[in-house]
Design a protein around this ligand. Structure first.
Ligand SMILES: [Zn+2]
Ligand SMILES: [Zn+2]
Length: 642
């Protein structure tokens, strides 16, 4: 008999040789039905594997991220069979999973076109309906090479595999492919799928090699999840910040400066509101602000280490015959400011913020609207402190970060702590102290986080903050990084209690990261309909005809007196045209005024995203809306009292 320990520490005693599928059945019929694969002592295997000896077992379903990957990878096999059935000349190259799906690289002279997707999917549905088992066959490397004969792609895959035995998987006794596995138990379990696109890809990404056809697909455990994913994709297309940025006149790009954004006046309103807000928050949390030059002598970048480690991403210039570089980071300039005076432990912690514009050379192929640019402004700050102050400083930064994110309506976060990598500088002692301080701070704030072992920067551990947008996409925004390197490189010192000179701890922190990218994220998250406090135009007065233009002007003056960003549409168009225009510009409040409103001193308010209009006295409207702006409320709806 064998002892099987389950994730909840429950123990099953079973006959040796029982398959993992039968183990799942013993646990429960529901689990057996949902089972995709299993983990034995942490290693993923097929459900058909028999149990030998005492082991830990976790049954994997489509709900686990590993299960989802297995579904997608297995679906790639089904797609490969379908393609090989339709085009017998097709040679299979490599079929891994990618984010949200999978692809298969195929060598086929005849091009596969989007028109072909339906018939490939039709064939795949036949294979799925047949519910053929995935069967694993193992053999020696020599046997595998003999079996593959002249298939240069698969022979290459075998040569790249690091295992001593080579495995093949077949669907029943039919289609067979070289693969390490594991897979779903049968073709009926590959979930709901769709072929998404086809693109050219060189073998091994090498332009001197043959161009292959890369067919992309997606697969999900259920039709519902597939439909939701496709809806999210559609929604993301509608929310593309590059399209909305043009439509709403927020920013543009020009071939005169690829990767350099032109921020238009409406975009600058959003930008400046964010800056004002961050300045207030910085002040509240005890930061001072500085500004350092954009172009600095080459020597500085030798000293900072950027020359050796970051040169390919930097821009250079020459002034009076001397080499200069355009800063890719603000920290070295900040260090020079630190060094202008002597410092004592009494000044610590010293928190110094900078809205610093940096330039980094991104390859032209990876630039993407505001998301990837070559010039951007960081909401940067550096904290200089003693090792004992690390934990309380991190707590302060965490509080600040969440206060900022909530003002933008983000509520869903993922936090990661990255620890000491193999290659690092600084003593083990300082790494231990500071990693414990980071953990302590997260613990104090009762924050759940993932640990990325060994993923810290070579100069110190870090915490990264990701927010999830309304389409469940995750964006890395904030970062808190400890740095044991830069204070030494720049000989930063302070006088400690015992009158000796010591090296301060340096903490880099950014909350939003890049203003440009963050504004792009906001545009997509809100579909262009910015929160009231950020909206370039917060309200527009719309007279229903010329007869109420005078009253409309009175209302408009009141809005301006109340310092609301507003306009009055006195054009000759019909009211419906005015409404459609304001709707397209995603104005939070439209104040429609006709004779009835003029007589009663009211406005009829159309609230963005709300069905019901509200008629309200102008004074009451201003009071409510001013309150919403100063509280940075995301919700525009309001109730009228009395
Ligand atoms: Zn496979
Ligand atoms: Zn820095």
């Amino acid at each position: 008999m064998a002892k099987v320990t389950l994730p909840d520490s429950g123990i099953l005693t079973i006959t040796e040789g029982t398959s993992l599928k039968q183990v799942a059945e013993q646990i429960g019929a529901g689990l057996a039905k949902a089972a995709i694969a299993a983990k034995i002592n942490g290693e993923l295997v097929d459900l058909s594997v028999p149990v030998t000896g005492d082991i830990n077992v976790k049954i994997i379903t489509g709900k686990d991220s590993e299960g989802l990957e297995i579904i997608r990878h297995s679906c790639a096999h089904v797609m490969a069979e379908a393609i090989c059935t339709i085009w017998p000349a097709a040679k299979l190259v490599y079929g891994p999973t990618v984010e949200d799906g999978f692809y298969y690289d195929i060598d086929l002279d005849e091009p596969i076109r989007p028109d072909d997707f339906p018939r490939i999917e039709e064939k795949m549905r036949e294979i799925v309906a047949a519910d053929k088992p995935f069967i694993r066959k193992e053999m020696s490397r020599a046997e595998a090479l003999a079996k593959l004969a002249d298939d240069k792609y698969k022979i290459d895959n075998v040569n790249r595999a690091d295992s001593s035995t080579i495995s093949f998987y077949s669907h029943g006794d039919g289609f067979e492919d070289l693969c390490r596995g594991p897979h779903v138990p049968s073709t009926g379990k590959v979930g709901s799928f769709k072929i998404m696109s086809v693109a050219g890809a060189y073998w091994h990404g090498d332009p001197t090699q043959k161009m292959l056809q890369r067919v992309y697909g997606t697969a999900w455990p259920s039709q519902k999840e597939l439909d939701e994913y496709l809806t999210r994709l559609e929604e993301a297309k509608k929310r593309d910040h590059r399209v909305l940025g043009k439509q709403l006149d927020l920013f543009s790009f020009n071939e005169a400066g690829p990767g350099f954004a032109f921020i238009h006046s409406k975009g600058m309103i959003i930008w400046n509101e964010i800056v004002d807000f961050l300045r207030d928050v910085n002040q509240k949390y005890g930061y001072n602000e500085i500004k350092t030059p954009i172009i600095l002598n080459e020597q500085l970048w030798h000293r900072s280490g950027h020359w050796d480690n970051y040169k390919e991403n930097m821009y250079f210039s020459e002034i009076d015959g001397t080499g200069y570089a355009i800063k890719p980071m603000n920290c070295p300039g900040g260090c020079l400011v630190y060094k202008t005076t002597k410092h004592s432990y009494r000044e610590f912690p010293m928190r110094v913020a900078e809205f610093g514009m940096v330039h980094r050379h991104e390859a032209s192929g990876v630039m993407h609207g505001l998301f990837r640019v070559r010039q951007f402004t960081q909401d940067d700050a550096h904290i200089y402190c003693t090792p004992e102050q690390i934990e309380s400083e991190i707590v302060g930064v965490i509080d600040l970060i969440f206060e900022v994110y909530r003002a933008f309506g983000f509520e869903d976060f993922v936090i990661e702590l990255s620890t000491k990598p193999l290659k690092h500088i600084g003593s083990d002692e300082i790494w231990d102290v500071s990693t414990e301080a980071l953990k302590g701070a997260l613990g104090q704030k009762r924050i759940e986080y993932d640990i990325n072992p060994g993923d810290g920067a070579f100069y110190g551990p870090k915490i990264d903050f990701h927010v999830k947008d309304c389409l469940k996409r995750s964006w890395q925004l904030g970062t808190i990084q400890l740095d044991f390197s830069m204070p030494q490189r720049f000989d930063l010192v302070y006088t400690d209690k015992d009158n000796t000179e010591k090296t301060p701890v340096m903490i880099h922190r950014a909350v939003l990261g890049s203003f440009e990218r963050f504004i792009g994220i906001l545009i997509e998250h809100f579909g262009g309909g910015m929160p009231l406090w950020l909206s370039p135009e917060q309200a527009r007065v719309l007279p229903i005809s010329e007869k109420t233009n005078d009253y409309a002007k009175v209302v408009y003056d009141r809005l301006k007196d109340a310092q609301m960003r507003s306009n009055c549409d006195l054009s000759d168009e019909k009211i419906n045209v005015k409404i459609v225009r304001a709707y397209g510009e995603k104005i939070p409040f439209m104040l429609v005024v006709g004779p009835r409103e003029a007589q009663s001193g009211t406005v009829n308010v159309r609230i963005r995203g709300e069905k019901e209009n509200k008629t309200i006295e102008i004074n009451d409207f201003l009071k409510i809306v001013k309150g919403k702006i100063s509280n940075k409320e995301i919700d525009l709806a309001f109730e009228i009292n009395g």
